[in-house]
Design a protein around this ligand. Sequence first.
Ligand code: GLY
Ligand code: MN
Ligand code: MN
Length: 456
Amino acid sequence: MFDKATYVGRRAKLRELMKDGIIILFGYYPFRQDSSFLYYFGLNRDGLVGVIDLDNGTETLVGDDIDIEDIVWYGSVDSVKDMAERVGVANTAPMKSLKSICNEAMRQKRRIHFLPPYRHDTKIQIFDLLGIHPVQQKEAASIELIRAVVKMRSTKEQQEIEELERAAVIGYKMHTTAMRLTKPGLTEKFVAGQVDSIALSYGAMTSFATIFSQHGEIMHGNPSMAELESGRLVLCDCGAETINNYCSDNTRTFPVNGKFTERQLEIYSIVEACHDHALDVAKPGVKYMDVHLSVCRLMTERLKELGLMKGDVDEAVAAGAHAMFLPHGLGHMMGMDVHDMEALDQIYVGFDEETRPNLEQFGTNCLRMGRRLQEGFVVTDEPGIYFIPDLIDDWRASGHCKDFLCFDKLDEYKDFGGIRLEDDILITADGCRFLGKDTIPIRPKDVEEFMAQARG
Ligand code: GLY
Ligand code: MN
Ligand code: MN
């Protein structure tokens, strides 16, 4: 938790951004506290709701004190009053009073702002309180509140950046553990389990389910019981969440036996160049959609040199031909959630009136972040090249983008797998920089040296 002034200040700014009515922020726990509740109230206990009255300026922490039976099982915890005091909230109220707070506001025809709920228990709670059926709650959520929360959470405060750096340090330990342990004969699951234990030991948990797979071409490939095989690449996409709930998200792809083949290096060097290119062009005022497209053009140029693509580069990218290799976007916002604020709806997080998503085109429709960058944003830079046998067959059969793809050459790569390289970028006043103290080995030479040293 940050200090009291943080939460007092954030709620005051939220009140300034909003007009009238009351805001209800629902908390959750123990699985994972809701990030927006955490952002404004900082408290990691279940059964709490924050109410902000925009018209009279009062703030209330709603929740019940635990009873003696709970104390027997779970130990003693602070009272709701003590918790409210810790985050500068003046009033507390028992949970049963939430219904009368809502009834009174509805009777006076005041607006009641809530964020789109994503957990079934909250949907039932909102149904009980406001009479809105769960299927209508996404639509009924307050766009004004979503916009205000996105505006504030998008720009990271200095103390948030420090927390993200702490997550990156744990992420470094996770990735270097994976590189150190990887060798033929171990199972994917064994290495992934060791990687996860680092996150649990140094932080709160992993920031998402660890991807550790020799099938790098499967975007979210779960670690399996398959044994690691010499000659193959393994893709490791993982991150940590700190005790204060800030995330890291990095990907490395490296050879199981510690030495890249020439063919692997040819593809790797393209992904590496795309990863570096994003760092050169991302800065305040630039649309992340344009960074994405610039990376797609560079990738297309380089794939043409290898004989995997053909034709005019701009036309190929406009037609979405590069999505054969890169069927996802270059990156997403990152912060308290690994796909930051995802629950608030990507359209409000990654886009705005000026920058609309392209929902029609395969690949580009997966871009989560397109709008203009601002100082303090944290986004991921995660280009990849994947050879997905079913996609190759599908496009060949339909003739999709046949003017830009060399299908005969593509067939030779059906056993290749996939490569992704990912780091987290902080947008600075005049450019950007990667988060993290030490760079997880990324240059092929550094990866090979690191793996050789680990093996003694
Ligand atoms: N780990 C999921 C992602 O990189 O977006
Ligand atoms: Mn990732
Ligand atoms: Mn990511």
